[in-house]
Each structure stands twice: as structure tokens, then as C-alpha cells.
Design a protein around this ligand. Structure first.
Ligand SMILES: [Zn+2]
Length: 176
């Protein structure tokens, strides 16, 4: 007789599902399944034990970030940092994902700076929570935005802070 009061099964996927999700996630940043399999084997040889899909994903995404960084492709690097943060958030509860998320935002600042249309950046906190709405519109120089890394907002009321940076035009080009 099944126990109807039993807790629902844990939502963490089994190893095969997790592995498939890691492969799909990597596909979105241009890493082929063959590279996943190769890295998985390499890590197993190095450590003598099975590498988790998360470990394989981390090794491969870190390499993609290094490649984008060398090419000063901040847009590309930011996307991969975001993938790392999202992976931790979704699959590794208890692991702090704010560092890769902050690095994704810093890459966005570097990308805005590189495009040379804007003089500085401002926090766009309108679409997040009341705590973040208070930060909305706060302006930072490019350097200070990266040095202080105020987003993700540490006092955000959501599990995943949705604040982003937007470019601020130089005074002479602002309208109104
Ligand atoms: Zn928030």
C-alpha cells in the first residue's frame, strides 16, 4: 500500500538527466558533446573518480571564458559567466552563485565601455524587487562599477537578482 502522506520525490534530477542538461547547457555556448565526453574522461583519469556533470561543465566553461577574455569579447564572456551562475543556482543548492553573476555584470560593463557610446553605467533595478528598485538609476563610472560590483544586489529579496547595467549617454548627447 503506497503511503499517500509521503513527501514528493526530490526534484534534483538523476545523474543521467543532470549530465544531459550539462551537455545541452554547454551546447548553448558553443561546446560540442564530444568535448564534454573528452573532458569527462580526462577529469576521471586525473582524479581517479567519476567527474560530476557540474565539474565537467565548470572546466569547459572556464576555458571558454578565458578564450573570450583573451579576445576581449566581453559580451561572449558575460554570457558564459551567466551560464555558470545559472547552473549553480539551478543545480547546486547551497553553492553561492553570486560571484559568477557579478562577473557576468562586470563583463556587461566592459562591453558597454568598449562600444564607446556611453559615458558611464547605471543600475536598472526596475524589474526586480522593492529593495532593488531603490538602487534603480544609480550611476557608476565604468571602473567603480567593476570595482564595487553592486549587482547582484546583496539585499535583493528574490533568489535571483534581476538587476542589470545600462549605458548612460554623455551629457551633451542626452535628450530632454
Ligand atoms: Zn532584487
Amino acid at each position: 500500500m503506497p503511503d499517500h502522506d509521503a513527501a514528493p520525490p526530490p526534484t534534483q534530477p538523476d545523474a543521467a538527466t543532470l549530465r544531459a542538461e550539462a551537455i545541452a547547457t554547454l551546447g548553448r555556448v558553443g561546446v560540442a558533446e564530444g568535448e564534454f565526453t573528452r573532458e569527462e574522461r580526462l577529469l576521471r583519469q586525473q582524479s581517479g573518480s567519476e567527474a560530476s556533470p557540474g565539474d565537467v561543465l565548470w572546466a569547459l566553461t572556464t576555458r571558454v571564458i578565458e578564450r573570450h577574455t583573451r579576445a576581449r569579447d566581453w559580451d561572449g564572456a558575460g554570457l558564459v559567466y551567466l551560464v555558470q551562475a545559472r547552473w549553480l543556482h539551478d543545480h547546486e543548492p547551497g553553492v553561492d552563485f553570486s560571484e559568477p553573476l557579478r562577473l557576468a555584470h562586470s563583463a556587461a560593463v566592459l562591453d558597454i565601455q568598449k562600444r564607446k557610446h556611453h559615458a558611464r553605467v547605471a543600475i536598472d533595478g526596475k524589474r526586480c524587487c522593492p529593495a532593488c528598485a531603490e538602487l534603480d538609476g544609480e550611476e557608476y563610472s565604468f571602473a567603480r562599477a567593476i570595482e564595487e560590483g553592486p549587482i547582484p544586489n546583496a539585499t535583493c529579496e528574490l533568489g535571483w537578482c534581476k538587476c542589470t547595467w545600462r549605458g548612460v549617454l554623455p551629457e551633451r548627447r542626452r535628450r530632454g
